[in-house]
Design a protein around this ligand. Structure first.
Ligand code: SAH
Length: 208
């Protein structure tokens, strides 16, 4: 899988390559999907949600330029797989990941423990408001589609920090890279993507 992602350009750095080689993706997918764990495909998880395709996880990790020691917020824990890849990349740093479905958060925390990641904190809550308690963050990874860049996330991003966030409608979004530089916000469009919706106070007004 990793060789294929490299050949297709989704993995560009040796750091992301090493991280993806280390994380056992099969621990993060439902048992019946395990034979498919190392295909480059999104898969269904509980609560009608999905674990992102590996190429998307790789692309987001590359776009974030994660470094050891950084403090990262992920919005949308889902399976916990993306959190695990980021945990590899920040090493002695920390990943805080927030999920609105308690059952998913619980499963993800279990898989992260089983895989040996003790630098990840899984929180249940509305990630469209960020997570003030551990702010500010060097990096923010939003793995669900938002109607716009959520203001609270921008506030909780450090000066010099970077956020990736899919922004758009319910069917598809643009993956934005947002950087805070000298008090200014720079936004770059990395291309079209498809994510499940960000719900909650600053998300799409739709129950799911
Ligand atoms: N990063 C995940 C993929 C997540 S799918 C992985 O690696 O598997 C997106 C997740 O975002 C879903 O689990 C969904 O429940 C969650 N989500 C949607 N809106 C949210 C919100 N406001 N706060 C926290 N989580 C949210």
């Amino acid at each position: 899988m990793v060789a294929d992602l490299k050949a297709r350009g989704a993995i560009r750095s040796p750091q992301v390559e090493a991280a993806m080689l280390h994380v056992p993706r099969h621990l993060f997918v439902p048992e019946r999907c395990r034979p498919l764990a190392y295909r480059d495909s999104p898969l269904p998880i509980a609560a009608g949600q999905t674990i992102s395709a590996p190429h998307m996880v790789a692309m987001m990790a590359e776009a974030l330029d994660l470094r050891p020691g950084q403090r990262v917020l992920e919005v949308g824990t889902g399976s916990g797989y993306n959190a695990a890849v980021m945990a590899e990349l920040v090493g002695d740093g920390k990943v805080v990941t927030i999920e609105r479905h308690p059952s998913l958060a619980e499963e993800a925390a279990k898989a992260l423990r089983e895989a040996g990641y003790d630098n990840v904190r899984v929180v249940v809550g509305d990630g469209s408001l960020g997570f003030e308690e551990e702010a500010p963050y060097d990096r923010i990874s939003v793995t669900c589609g938002a109607p716009e860049v959520p203001g609270p996330l921008l506030e909780q991003l450090k000066e010099g920090g970077t956020m990736v966030v899919p922004v758009g409608g319910l069917t598809y979004q643009s993956l934005l890279r947002v950087r805070k530089r000298e008090g200014r916000v720079e936004t770059e469009d990395l291309g079209p993507v498809v994510f499940v919706p960000l719900l909650g106070e600053r998300g799409h007004r739709r129950s799911q």
